[in-house]
Design a protein around this ligand. Structure first.
Ligand code: HEC
Ligand code: HEC
Length: 374
């Protein structure tokens, strides 16, 4: 395994060297700095099983999955010392029985301050390419650095967290096992939690089992799935009308995640002053009102819904899409039936709901490997 890794690094290094020399304006020779080759010779490689039909997972070369790293990450995910007054862990807002999300519309932070966005469900994070509703974090490692110091979340300082963790006798041996030294740093904390999140794989819902032939949809569920993947619209003014619910364009199921990982405006508001979403990251007006398409896995349990938690039931969500949404300057072309709406019958709405419930994965939510170890 370690030879495998070394050769991976050798390949990466080669790309880097080739990349540098292929550059149109090469840097003067003395400025070319190659990073030291990272040799990771500690920890037991973690045997990550990629479920059927899932794409491979991109794991950063400088944070390989190890049994010890994942275990440390689990302790840290559930560690209340990560918050200012030691009352709140990541798991306080990402509750397992709520699909690792928060039943509150807005999460209540360590100080009692209330945020402005709904906590996102944590599931199959290893396949996500950007993090947060506006996608401002490009990796899990970077995402994790944020909530600790966020005054409306855990409201602590890294200096303090690092000291507290280092002086808890539980941790130095775990850091040694995961990183080869007892030294605690914020980067190591983030790496370990990221590793833990990468192992939180949900692939045992009815939907997953149906795909591998271990479950057969009821007629209602099958009709719901067909609606999910079929175009919709008003037959009067739409030649492509197929009577579907048209969810699949954005909540794509090809990679089994029920999301395209892109940013869309799904027609919630006419204007965006409350939360301009992706615009906050790109400062491009065309991104106003766009948010990351969430996965629909475990959606039955992750109420309330949308970035601001405005809907409490899936029936309301279906009604939102059925109505076609609110027109605005950046509404997505796939929300193409703002006049007339999808025109789903009550039967079709019930079918769609039945399919959405097929995305619940109880064995994932109750998996002892993800619960609080403290
Ligand atoms: C006070 C509640 C709260 C706490 C504590 C909290 N989170 Fe979150 N989490 C949220 C909210 C709210 C969002 C969405 C924030 C946004 O988009 O601006 C979020 C988003 C995320 C996301 C992005 C998911 C996605 O699909 O893009 C990840 C990953 C995550 N949190 C992990 C963690 C980890 C790890 C910790 C502990 C270090 C943590 N959270 C602590 C409330 C919380
Ligand atoms: C144009 C792309 C697009 C289409 C089409 C679409 N969605 Fe969405 N969906 C999104 C985006 C983006 C969000 C997040 C929006 C926000 O919070 O501002 C979302 C949010 C949701 C949520 C809430 C998820 C959560 O964690 O809060 C549910 C449920 C949902 N969609 C179901 C559906 C269903 C069912 C359909 C088909 C009837 C559908 N969507 C069609 C893009 C789309």
């Amino acid at each position: 395994m370690s030879t495998g890794r070394n050769s991976t690094y050798a390949v990466l290094l080669t790309f880097l060297v080739v990349g540098i020399f292929a550059c149109r304006h090469p840097l003067p020779e003395e400025e070319v700095q190659l990073p030291d080759e990272v040799i990771i010779d500690y920890g037991t490689p973690y045997d990550l099983v990629i479920p059927p039909f899932f794409p491979p997972m991109d794991i950063p070369a400088d944070n390989p999955l190890t049994v010890e790293g994942v275990e440390l990450g689990r302790y840290l995910f559930w560690e209340k010392k990560l918050s200012g007054n030691n009352t709140m862990s990541c798991g306080s807002c990402h509750l397992p029985d709520k699909g690792f999300s928060d039943p509150n519309q807005f999460s209540i932070g360590e100080t009692g301050a209330i945020g402005t966005r709904q906590a996102m469900p944590l599931v199959n994070m290893g396949w996500s390419t950007t993090f947060f509703w506006d996608g401002r974090a490009p990796s899990l490692e970077i995402q994790i650095l944020e909530p600790i110091e966020n005054p409306i979340e855990m409201n602590d300082s890294w200096i303090n967290v690092v000291q507290e963790i280092a002086s808890d006798p539980l941790y130095p041996p775990k850091f040694a096992g995961a990183f080869g030294s007892t030294e605690v740093t914020k980067e190591k904390i983030a790496k370990a939690i990221a590793s833990f999140l990468r192992t939180m794989i949900s692939a045992d819902s009815k939907f997953d089992r149906q795909r591998i032939g271990q479950y057969f949809f009821t007629e209602e569920e099958q009709r719901g799935f067909n609606l999910f993947i079929t175009e919709g619209g008003d037959p009067q003014d739409n030649p492509t009308f197929q009577g579907g619910a048209d969810c699949f364009h954005c909540h794509g199921f090809g990679a089994m995640q029920m999301t395209d990982y892109l940013f869309h405006n799904n027609g919630l508001d006419a204007t965006f002053e409350n939360d301009p979403g992706r615009f906050l990251v790109t400062l491009n007006e065309l991104d106003s009102g766009k948010f990351k398409t969430p996965s629909l896995r475990n959606i039955e349990l992750t109420s309330p819904y949308m970035h601001d938690g405005r809907f409490t039931t899936l029936e309301q969500v279906i009604e939102h899409y059925n109505g076609g949404g609110t027109p605005s300057s950046t509404i997505d072309p796939f929300m193409k039936f703002t006049t007339g709406g999808l025109q789903l019958t009550d039967q079709k709405k019930a079918d769609l709901l039945a399919f959405l419930k097929c995305l619940t994965d109880t064995s994932f939510l109750t998996n002892p490997a993800f619960q609080d170890p403290h």
